[in-house]
Design a protein around this ligand. Structure first.
Ligand SMILES: NC(=O)c1ccc[n+]([C@@H]2O[C@H](COP(=O)([O-])OP(=O)(O)OC[C@H]3O[C@@H](n4cnc5c(N)ncnc54)[C@H](OP(=O)(O)O)[C@@H]3O)[C@@H](O)[C@H]2O)c1
Length: 329
């Protein structure tokens, strides 16, 4: 079968011909139609899991995938051949991912039926980014009218998070380059901040936009419009220095989360801010809940582009995401 693999950690991903995996006891074999692309895929290829999880090589990349059950192993009770399913194809040993024509997973892994009306392309965009966004909103217990700042709102996690925070009743402030402001506004942001906007070269020049954002500093821009601070910070991209700056906006007793290990949790506790470094733990129940929201039309699946499987090496780590990229297999 065709698959995108790396021969060792750090190697260049390539299209390869590898054996079709067979479903062992308790496992489900899925004929994949579509697979999601996440920043994690490149990190995994570069060795993020080295020493943490046994890995088989050539390592087939890809975590998120959707398709139809093509075989079931002995003892499988939850799924039958022909069922349309979506899930996460990452269990130990790693290296048997979703960027392939077939993959196998234990039936108790993160794997759920795709409801009628949801395409496999849309489903494949959900497991990592969508469930992370939903887990964040659940963790923060957002209350109506709370001010929620989302840094990195235009990418995979952010485009779901803007929608889900808006549904929870938040006043969403989202960072986005100028050309993406409309997109995040359509998804539910009440305000957008262009984090790339340059500070005027001469500080003595009269600001032509005195009520607008005057520099590239997100913290200054939010403080300018919300001098009393914000209730929740979801920072999806920053390192420690920028996260610490953004966190100064959060009121005492508020919530601040980093999904890129940027939070100094002791510093947050000193200001009675809950949250910190956040890792999504959502599994089948959470994925099924998100699919229900998609089916109801409450959540739009923001697919930026769909490309063929063999284009995966070109889109991996491409940056400047506007929603999700999905591989058509
Ligand atoms: N901890 C967890 O459980 C967990 C779960 C999922 C993902 N993650 C991690 O979270 C990060 C985001 O994931 P993702 O899937 O949303 O990535 P993504 O789809 O690549 O999106 C990142 C977005 O951030 C924007 N961006 C980059 N630098 C920015 C900055 N300084 N300020 C504001 N926006 C900026 C990018 O567009 P522009 O550059 O054009 O602005 C892009 O739209 C990744 O590092 C991923 O590995 C962690």
């Amino acid at each position: 079968m065709r698959a995108i693999v790396v021969q060792k950690f750090g190697a260049t991903p390539e299209l390869a011909d590898v054996p079709v995996p067979t479903a062992g006891p308790g496992e489900v074999q899925v004929a994949l139609d579509a697979a999601g692309v996440n920043p994690f895929d490149l990190k995994m290829a570069d060795g993020l899991l080295e020493g943490k999880m046994p890995t088989d090589f050539p390592m087939i990349l890809g975590v998120d995938g959707a398709g139809a059950v093509s075989a079931v192993g002995a003892g499988v009770t939850k799924f039958a051949v022909g069922d349309k399913v979506v899930g996460k194809f990452l269990t130990a040993p790693a290296g048997h991912g979703s960027w392939a024509q077939y993959a196998t997973v234990p039936e108790d892994a993160t794997l759920v039926p795709i409801p009628d009306g949801v395409t496999t392309v849309a489903a494949a965009a959900l497991p990592t980014a969508g469930v992370t966004a939903q887990d964040l909103v659940d963790a923060a217990h957002i209350q109506p009218d709370q001010k929620v700042l989302i840094v990195g709102a235009t990418g995979g996690v952010g485009s779901f998070l803007v929608q889900l925070a808006n549904i929870a009743g938040a006043h969403v402030i989202a960072t986005a380059r100028g050309d993406a402001a409309d997109q995040v506004a359509r998804l539910g942001a009440a305000e957008t901040i262009d984090y790339t906007r340059a500070r005027p070269a001469d500080p003595h020049v009269v600001d032509p936009d005195p009520v607008g954002y005057r520099d590239s500093n997100v913290t200054d821009a939010v403080r300018f419009t919300h001098p009393d601070g914000i209730d929740v910070l979801f920072d999806l991209v920053s390192g420690p220095a920028d996260f610490a700056s953004h966190a100064t906006l959060v009121r005492r007793g508020g919530h601040a989360y980093s999904i890129t290990w940027g939070a100094d949790e002791n510093a947050l506790r000193e200001r009675e801010i809950t949250g910190g470094n956040f890792e999504s733990k959502g599994r089948s129940a959470e994925l099924a809940r998100l699919l229900t929201r998609v089916t109801a039309g409450d959540v739009v699946v923001p697919v930026q582009m769909t490309v063929p499987l063999d284009a995966a090496p070109a889109v991996l780590g491409a940056g400047s995401a506007r929603g999700k990229t999905v591989l058509a297999i």
